[in-house]
Write a protein that binds this ligand. Structure first.
Ligand SMILES: [Zn+2]
Ligand SMILES: [Zn+2]
Length: 688
């Protein structure tokens, strides 16, 4: 890759920004030489104000300035101010103190002739950046490399910082001295999250640098599948040529990564005519076909089992299912991504087809033959009808989608407000919907929406289970289980009274007892349907047990699987914003997550597997430091669950509007009385 990558020089770091403490001492002169007035009780001889600022020693910085020993405007041998060091170390309180004592906000210094804001941005320190911005720092100034703060934020791989600068109305396609845009840098750094944010906020896909390279060329240099996919999905021109006539694919061939490129292109659903479609036909037509297929599949599989000897029928029925699944996932869905498969109604239709044949078989075969079973038939039809009704209510209803119809101006206000409160992080902002995420909500990748108090996305239901649909889902589950059990009982009675004694056939050995062999011999269709229905019982029962456990302990499925990601499940004090330390932790956590995602998504299957197992292990690990702020005991949790927030301990909690656990205010008396008592929760604006 030689020629192209050689032109794209790596980012230089300012020597003064080094994290090595010995470097720091070298670049600063002793304080005594700056000021001869040494206070009697403070010995500053070993430290400079720059070092104290760097190391977060506010009291020393204060003493130095108050005693006249140093000034906020002092420069070291590299022309760097103490504010530079406070900013690069994210010591917000020191930076604020220095600014209040006359530090120059936009002082240029260091090898790269950069401002404190440049230093903070390059290191992704959002708290320092917001402080400097709020005191008038100019993010559009450039260092000696021609980078402004948006470029440096991209270099820091902190997507929240990138978002913040864009909403400060910085030009999203700002170009450095070699005319590289932030999107080119993000693509070159294999940072799909930042690429995604820049593209959605209007970054140009066709902008070129001084050698006519587009952002897609830069993604091709590193051939990160996720970045390539996001750029192509957004409409990047895969035939764009640089000044040497090279397309992105030519670059991919040079770096010998054609397979990765092909996979990325396949995953975008890009067709030969240049249009994108993840499905074989138009989306609507494909979905209709995928909805109908399971009805035919199940019909044919049941007929196969009914009319062929079991040792031929069973493998053949399984083969029919496998072939059908391959056709659906490889032919009808062109993009081989699980998320695209889950967006189709195929799995839900398998469930619906099963229910259809159970209902039809009951009407045409079982009802009249077992009409004397009043109770069983009434239980069956009642539970079957109500469970199917509740099923369609959940399928077609709103699980609790959080509205995202916000204007750019509203989004800007939100991002800046969150940044100022120290809450601009993945927990409080959905970077896809650009909305403030309420407590316990989550973005569903399949529905592509944020859902209030999300439990999980259910592929069989073909919708999310959230705050609005969780109760009806809990009506559906036990009803469906009862319905299957009563169907099995009715069918068994039907066979017992109708099936003649089993007549063995030598060419068709039956390894079951004579009774069951007789059932299959008499009515293979109903017998096969009974087996198929019974197979649904274990997973429905397990699901019900998990749900009962989770509601009893006031956790959602998402929280049980990912509790280590949510700080409100630990004994840490809640983050109510404005605290630089909390912010820094959030950023560190977020950055770690981003890096993990990059690794997982781009290459490391083993790592992913390992993560998966360690996640499961964590779920079952006993953690003494885990506390659940929503858990008020089993009884209260169930009261709260069924009363839709009208009663119980979390009375009047609106899961669309609550953003922090600090607003839960217990009333001791009410806890004792067990009947509703946590009064309405204050909104964060009232506290912060
Ligand atoms: Zn979202
Ligand atoms: Zn969903």
């Amino acid at each position: 890759m030689s020629s192209t990558s050689a032109e794209f020089e790596p980012i230089k770091k300012d020597v003064s920004e080094s994290t090595n403490e010995s470097d720091i001492t070298e670049v600063k002169q002793p304080v005594e030489t700056m000021n001869s007035k040494v206070s009697d009780d403070i010995n500053f001889s070993e430290m400079t104000i720059h070092q104290a600022s760097r190391q977060g020693m506010l009291h020393i910085v204060k003493d130095m300035i108050e005693s006249g020993f140093a000034k906020a405007t002092d420069r070291d041998s590299n022309n760097v101010t103490p504010l530079h060091f406070a900013a690069i170390s994210n010591h917000v309180s020191i930076a604020k103190y220095l600014i209040d004592n006359g530090a120059e906000i936009d002082a240029f210094g260091g090898d790269l002739i950069a401002t404190p804001l440049h230093w903070a941005s390059r290191n992704g320190h959002l708290p320092s950046v917001t402080l400097l911005i709020n005191h008038g720092a100019n993010p559009s100034l450039r260092d000696s490399q021609g980078f402004d703060c948006l470029h440096l934020a991209v270099h820091s791989s902190n997507p929240m910082l990138v978002l913040y600068f864009i909403f400060l109305d910085m030009a999203v396609d700002t170009q450095d001295s070699s005319e590289h845009t932030p999107l080119m840098w993000a693509a070159y750094q294999c940072d799909p999250l930042t690429v995604d944010i820049l593209v959605r906020l209007g970054a140009s896909l066709s902008k070129v640098n001084n050698t006519q390279l587009t952002p897609l060329h830069f993604a091709a240099m590193k051939c990160d599948k996720m970045c390539l996919r996001k750029l192509i999905e957004a409409g990047a021109n895969i035939n764009a040529k640089d000044e040497n006539g090279k397309t992105p694919f030519d670059i991919v061939k040079e770096v010998k990564a054609t397979e990765k490129w092909k996979k990325a292109v396949r995953e975008t659903g890009l067709k030969k005519d240049g249009k994108r479609n993840p499905y074989l036909f138009e989306k609507k037509i494909t979905f209709i076909i995928l909805y109908i297929i399971p009805f035919f599949l199940l019909y044919i599989a049941l007929l196969t089992l009914a009319h062929l000897p079991w040792f031929i029928g069973l493998p053949l029925a399984i083969l029919e299912y496998i072939i059908c699944h391959i056709i659906v996932t490889k032919v009808f869905i062109r993009v081989q991504l699980t998320v695209e498969f889950m967006r189709t109604p195929y799995l839900s239709s398998i469930f619906q087809a099963s229910a259809f044949f159970v209902g039809a078989t009951w009407i045409y075969k079982l009802l009249f033959a077992t009409s004397f079973l009043y109770s069983a038939n009434i239980i069956f039809i009642t539970t079957f009808a109500t469970s199917m009704y509740s099923f369609y209510v959940v399928v077609l209803g709103d699980p609790g989608f959080i509205p995202k119809s916000q204007s750019r101006e509203e989004q800007k206000q939100l991002v800046i407000e969150l940044a100022n409160k120290g809450m601009l992080d993945a927990r409080h902002l959905c970077t896809t919907c650009l909305i403030k995420k309420p407590l316990r909500s989550k973005h569903c990748k399949i529905c592509n929406r944020c859902v209030a108090r999300l439990d999980h996305h259910c592929p069989w239901i073909y919708n999310c289970i959230g705050v609005k649909s969780h109760r009806i889902f809990m009506v559906f589950l036990p009803l469906m289980i009862t319905s299957i059990l009563s169907f099995e009982y009715i069918s068994y009675t039907y066979f017992v009274i109708s099936a003649p004694p089993y007549v063995p056939i030598e060419s068709e050995p039956c390894w079951l007892s004579d009774t069951y062999c007789g059932f299959f011999q008499y009515d293979g269709w109903t017998a096969a349907l009974c087996v198929w229905s019974a197979l649904q019982l274990p997973w429905l029962l397990i699901l019900l047990c998990f749900q009962i456990y989770q509601i009893s302990s006031a956790k959602t499925t998402n929280e049980v699987m990912n509790f280590h990601r949510y700080s409100y499940f630990t004994n840490k004090s809640p983050n109510v914003g404005g605290n630089g330390i909390n912010d820094a932790n959030e950023i560190i956590n977020k950055t770690d997550t981003t890096h993990q995602q990059n690794e997982c998504e781009s290459k490391c299957k083993h790592h992913h597997k390992h993560n998966h197992f360690s996640r499961i292990r964590k779920v079952f690990e006993r953690r003494d430091d885990v506390v659940n702020p929503f858990d008020f005991g089993c009884w209260n949790n169930w009261v709260g669950f069924w009363s839709e927030g009208k009663r119980g301990m979390l009375q009047n909690v609106d899961w669309y509007e609550v953003f922090d656990t600090s607003f839960i205010e217990p009333h001791d008396d009410d806890i004792k009385s067990r009947a509703g008592g946590y009064t309405s929760l204050k909104r964060d604006e009232e506290v912060v």
